[in-house]
Design a protein around this ligand. Structure first.
Ligand code: G
Ligand code: MN
Length: 466
């Protein structure tokens, strides 16, 4: 029987009870009113009064039930209206996240029917990896009487795929302030939001590295091909998570932090100069942005390092919009002895523009032109052309990525001035080793036959070129 009927039956019964009770006790009541106090009269009066109380209470109860029903109806209406105006998944649950209400949004987001999720724990629809943390989130929210905001969780769609949903929830409390459940909404996270989130994560990671200067510097020797003696060394950044500098710098570019990261690694590299033998130069990679920002010159001058000991490398891969501005920013340093190298020459997008427009002191030939140079006449011609260009510009040539003795020999024949590569020495982080490089004759050691192989990169190794 519906609730309203029960209420009406109760009201009717109470009314009949009241009427009967008054009728039955009419005689006693009249006597009592006249002042005839006796036990039966008093008992009948008390009976009458309690009947009235029961009737009043019954009516009160019935109306409060009606109110409660109305509120419940309104809430359902409003949840339904909210749900119909949104593709979000609106839901309510108990404190264990067992769903007590769910809008149709669950169908579009997770492919489940509303009736199939109500009564189930939301946890079973989450990806397995999220469950423990989400249970802890609900427990914590219950204890602290709060909800949660902008929380992204991975869910399992009915079709087996994983879906990222962003949710917010507020606690539902009873009159005593105890949390009895949660009410909230979940929505799909857009691709743009996913990308933004990834960028924020990258920014956080890069900021952490910068604030702790959490990057190591390794040095790779650059050897004078004519004498077999140390010329200088290139400083290379190494990040502690093992990912390559290229990955770090390309992420930093996407996150708009490349200038900050580059400034950080540039300064870490500058600090290495004091561990390098006196006569050797230190070659440091820099972006055009770092040069244009003025930080490169300021940081370099602030350290008091003799400017002729520093070579600034700008890669052909870097885009330069305004060559005049780069030349102007570097000219005070170059006037006092700092040299400019164009890195990765022959492999960058700039073809030879950087070389032609910036007139470097050093042309570093990319290792893609060095590999197999001995067997490839075209590569040899190209290197000869670059050597001639360098002669005309008054620059020197450094060959990068030399891995075999025959490459070294060919480069010496073609007139390269300096060489760098695994054959001569790998990048190393140990300052004590850098110090020893000064006494080393890089071609003197007998050449173990095994190290002739291109694939064996356990160098340093050393054959005097013809
Ligand atoms: O672009 P740039 O020249 O700054 O890059 C130097 C990078 O090349 C470093 O990461 C360094 O470890 C690597 N490298 C140095 N010598 C060799 C080599 O002989 N062979 C190869 N494959 N990589 C090298
Ligand atoms: Mn370089």
């Amino acid at each position: 029987m519906p609730r309203t009927r029960w209420t009406r039956l109760l009201a009717a019964a109470l009314f009949v009870d009241l009427v009967c009770s008054v009728a039955l006790n009419l005689d006693e009541d009249r006597r009592l009113l006249r002042g005839n106090l006796d036990l039966v009269g008093v008992l009948s009066a008390v009976g009458l009064i309690t009947t009235v109380i029961v009737v009043v209470a019954g009516v009160g109860l019935a109306s409060s039930l009606r109110r409660a029903r109305r509120d419940l109806y309104r809430r359902e209406q409003s949840l339904g209206a909210d749900a119909s105006m949104s593709t979000d998944w609106l839901w309510e649950s108990d404190t264990d996240l067992r769903l007590t209400y769910s809008s149709d949004g669950v169908r579009s987001l997770l492919g489940h029917e509303t009736k199939d999720v109500i009564g189930q724990s939301a946890l079973i629809f989450l990806s397995e990896g999220e469950r423990a943390a989400t249970r802890a989130l609900a427990t914590d929210a219950t204890a602290h009487r709060r909800g949660w905001q902008d929380t992204d969780l991975t869910w399992q769609h009915a079709d087996g795929t994983l879906v990222l949903l962003r949710e917010m929830a507020a606690p539902i409390m009873d009159e005593s302030g105890r949390v009895t459940g949660f009410r909230g909404r979940r929505r799909a996270v857009s691709d743009a939001e996913i990308a933004e989130k990834a960028i924020e994560e990258v920014r956080r990671r890069i900021s952490a590295v910068i604030s702790r200067a959490d990057v190591d510097i390794v040095l790779q020797p650059i050897v004078d091909i004519r004498t077999g003696r140390l010329g200088g060394a290139e400083a290379l950044a190494r990040f502690r998570d093992g990912r390559t500098p290229d990955q770090w710098f390309s992420e930093a570019r996407d996150a708009g932090m490349s200038l900050e990261l580059d400034r950080c690694t540039f300064n870490r590299a500058l600090a290495a100069v004091e561990h390098l033998p006196q006569h050797a130069y230190l070659s440091i990679n820099a972006t055009p942005e770092l040069v244009l920002s003025g930080h490169l010159a300021n940081d370099l001058l602030a350290r008091g390092i003799p400017l002729p000991r520093v070579v600034v490398e700008i890669t052909e891969h870097a885009r330069i919009e305004d060559y005049d501005a780069i030349r102007a920013a570097l000219s005070p340093l170059r006037a006092r002895g700092t040299r400019l190298a164009i890195d990765d020459t022959g492999a960058g997008y700039a073809s030879l523009s950087h070389v032609l427009r910036l007139r470097p002191d050093i042309i570093k030939i990319d290792r893609s032109l060095i590999a197999d140079v001995s067997a490839d006449p075209a590569r040899r011609s190209l290197i000869t052309a670059l050597v001639l260009l360098a002669v005309n510009l008054g620059a020197s040539v450094t060959a990068e990525g030399i891995e075999t003795p025959s490459e070294l020999e060919t480069l010496a024949t073609l007139g390269a001035d300096h060489g760098q590569g695994y054959l001569l020495g790998r990048p190393t982080p140990v300052p004590a080793e850098w110090q020893r490089w000064v006494d080393q004759d890089w071609f003197a050691a007998p050449q173990p036959p095994a190290q002739l192989s291109r694939n064996d990169r356990t160098g340093p190794v050393n054959s005097r070129p013809a």
